[in-house]
Design a protein around this ligand. Structure first.
Ligand code: FAD
Length: 524
């Protein structure tokens, strides 16, 4: 844990300011202008080795970037003061908000800069980090809050957000800077499509409230903006009445064409208020180098493992379609009939449908059980050379042939969970910074590998091979949670959005202070 500076605080404060200024190479009188005061945050700036060490790492355990200091803010003003100080310095230093550090390639790091440890806002908000409106139609949520806490707080009001990530121990600011996708996205859009308003501190230290109608340029810039335009300190998230329970179903396929045809059929019913629509749809691969269950979720009853395993051995690759239908007291007598109707005529292998009936919250928090298990086996804090892609629908069959059945199946590595499921483009707003393929339906594919500390290279090689295949085959792939090492690659990634992205950077963070770990504008 980071140490904050005890008594005598005045002398400590002077020491920290001087030290920070000297390590950042800042002189106090610049352009005849005195730098803005930092005194209000000196006791929150930590140079403690343990704070620095923790800010140098992330869930990926691949990149290590060492910051000069860590800010543990207790207010929005603290964060604004830090940015203001950098902005007015002759040589501005970089600053990265660190949510829960669940990036895998150093995106929340700042080499030689300052990390804003957003979780410390949580401690200091005195329980006011999540506020549900009296009519229960929205929640005002601190950017540092974890989605699991948002779920628990809103459920007390019988309400909940509608769009989630698979794993809930991620921060609101962190997922809104990327997208926030899961099995609800086909119907409700990603989390970035489910925000009414935000407070953002820009790279010029301006504290701005933005929404589709007010300061909309910043609003759309920050959504999926990879932390480039400002630090999100509050988001207003729409809520709907929370379902009580879910019917949770997995169906297994040995035929990819049938699997994707059924997925696309099911996501074609996608009205937000269409009571016939599913609440969630995903898909994944089961392969002979894995067990039917993995750290991400255990589902299949043990007594069925032998038959599933033997089917995997026979076919080498099995596709698992996973759906959920929400229900509550009013619909508990009709939900089974509704589901039967929806799933009638699907082409999964006979005898390979499995069902569970669980509380809504238990379903949403399903990945945590896997986390606890992985932790107990020492398999959580290991390298995670993940690769997340968006693939246009027209190319998904070629991707299956070339990547799943080619590179992955023939590869020599033990694959972690591999997700594959479609989404509807119309649920995304093109004004947002997030980048997706051009087609109306596109798939997300996630290779969620865990490796040892010694054999990571094999996973990286496979990821490179997949990207090379996509490039050569003209698949038109876009990376989700993107990671690139050169500006050219970023320009290519953003495509027609690059000009706007760059202009917005000049507008909101002209000194290139924020989120340098993304390596978009701070690429040296
Ligand atoms: P960090 O990793 O700390 O930060 C991510 C980026 O956002 C950095 O650039 C950082 O500087 C910036 N940032 C952080 N906070 C703010 C803020 N308040 N304002 C502005 N910028 C900020 N993603 C999905 O979409 N769907 C999933 O189902 C999903 N499942 C996951 C499961 C696991 C086990 C893990 C480890 C990750 C998963 N992710 C998923 C990825 C996740 O969305 C990203 O890691 C994301 O970065 C959120 O993590 P974080 O809150 O720890 O952010």
């Amino acid at each position: 844990m980071a140490v904050s500076f005890p008594i005598p605080s005045y002398f400590t404060a002077i020491f920290i300011i001087s030290r920070l200024m000297s390590i950042m190479g800042i002189s106090k009188h610049l352009n005849n202008k005195l730098l803005p005061p930092l005194d209000n945050i000196t006791d929150k700036l930590s140079l403690d080795p343990s704070a620095i060490e923790s800010a140098s790492q992330d869930f990926g355990h691949i990149v290590k970037s060492i910051p000069k200091a860590v800010l543990q803010p207790s207010s929005i003003a603290d964060i604004a003061s830090l940015i203001n100080f950098s902005y007015n310095s002759s040589i501005p230093f970089t600053i990265a908000a660190k949510g829960h550090g669940h990036s895998v390639r150093g995106q929340a790091m700042a080499n030689d800069g300052v990390i804003v440890d957003m979780t410390s806002m949580k401690k200091h908000r005195n329980g006011t980090g999540i506020w549900v409106s009296n009519d229960g139609v929205y929640a005002d949520v601190g950017g540092e809050q974890l989605w699991i806490d948002v779920l628990n707080a809103t459920l007390k009001h019988g309400a909940a957000p509608v769009s989630w990530t698979d794993y809930l121990y991620l921060t609101v600011g962190g997922t809104l800077s990327n997208g926030g996708i899961s099995g609800q996205s086909f119907r409700y859009g990603p989390q970035i499509s489910n925000v009414y308003e935000m407070d953002v501190i820009t790279g010029k230290a301006e504290i701005v409230t933005c929404s589709p109608n007010k300061n909309s340029e910043l609003f759309y810039a920050a959504l999926g903006g990879l932390g480039q335009f400002g630090i999100i300190t509050r988001a207003r998230i729409p809520l709907e009445p929370a379902p009580k329970r879910v019917k949770w179903i997995r169906m297994l396929y040995n035929d990819f064409t049938a699997f994707t045809r059924d997925q696309e059929l099911l996501i074609s019913i996608n009205g937000r208020h269409d009571s016939h629509a599913l609440g969630y749809l995903e898909g994944s691969l089961l392969m002979d180098h894995g067990s039917p269950d993995n750290w991400r979720s255990s589902f299949f009853p043990p007594k069925h493992h032998p038959k599933i395993t033997s089917s995997i051995i026979n076919h080498r690759i099995i596709y698992c379609l996973e759906v959920v239908k929400h229900y509550d007291y009013q619909t508990q007598n009709t939900v089974d009939k509704e589901l039967e109707q929806l799933l009638k005529g699907l082409s999964y292998m006979p005898g390979f449908m499995f069902e569970k009936d669980v509380l809504y919250a238990e379903f949403l928090n399903r990945v945590q059980r896997g986390e606890l298990k992985a932790r107990s086996q020492g398999l959580w804090d290991v390298p995670h050379p993940w690769l997340n892609l968006f693939i246009p629908k027209s190319q998904i069959q070629r991707f299956n042939d070339g990547v799943f059945k080619g590179i992955v199946l023939e590869g020599n590595i033990t694959t972690g969970p591999v997700l594959v499921y479609p989404m509807n483009r119309k649920k995304w707003d093109d004004r947002m910074s997030a980048v997706i393929p051009d087609e109306e339906i596109f798939y997300t594919v996630g290779f969620l590998h865990s490796s040892g500390f010694d054999d990571r290279e094999a996973f990286d090689d496979q990821n490179k091979e997949i990207l090379k295949f996509c490039e050569e085959a003209g698949i038109g792939v876009k990376q989700y949670l993107p990671h690139f090492t050169s500006k050219d690659e970023w320009v290519h990634h953003f495509g027609s959005k690059w000009e706007t992205f760059q202009q917005r950077k000049f507008q909101f963070d002209p000194k290139m202070i924020l989120s340098p770990g993304q390596r978009i504008f701070n690429n040296n």
